[in-house]
Design a protein. Sequence first.
Length: 182
Amino acid sequence: MTSPGFRPTHVVPQRGMPAWEEPDPARPTVPLDAFLPVQLVERRGDWGHVLCANGWSAWVDGRFLVAVPRDPPTADGGPVTRTADPRPLLTRVERVLADYRSVVEDLVSGGLDGESFRARTSGLRIGAVVDGESMWLYDAEEGRWEYVDGARLTTYATDDGPRAAADDPGHAPTRVVTPDGP
């Protein structure tokens, strides 16, 4: 039986995992089964508080939870539409990677010292994650991550988004929030 509004954010790793009543190793509880869908609702350091589909909750080592992939958000909440051709961004990523490779070759061959390496790589920025047919590319010129499904390019996140108050010692533990609430 699934609780209303339950949306898994993670699954338990294939070997299962131990669980605790509280974020305290002295308070173990029943281990979680392999591939059990869970919703991460809170983090305290490495500890993760998870909610299971049946409403049961436990604390686990959050580092080992496997994230459930989600479709990237769209601006209007509707279906993803073709927004841009991804090929120009792929070309820029390839160019920056080739430039970096060239500088690394010069460094390894002894043609550059550390200071020259730093100077020649200053300003080079790329990011790429390929997962099967899905890809995330960092567009350094625009300061944003783009999601590519092969034919479509959609903005996923920007550099000028909200900032976390990590330097504030009084901030509360991270609370994971979905569109349906915490």
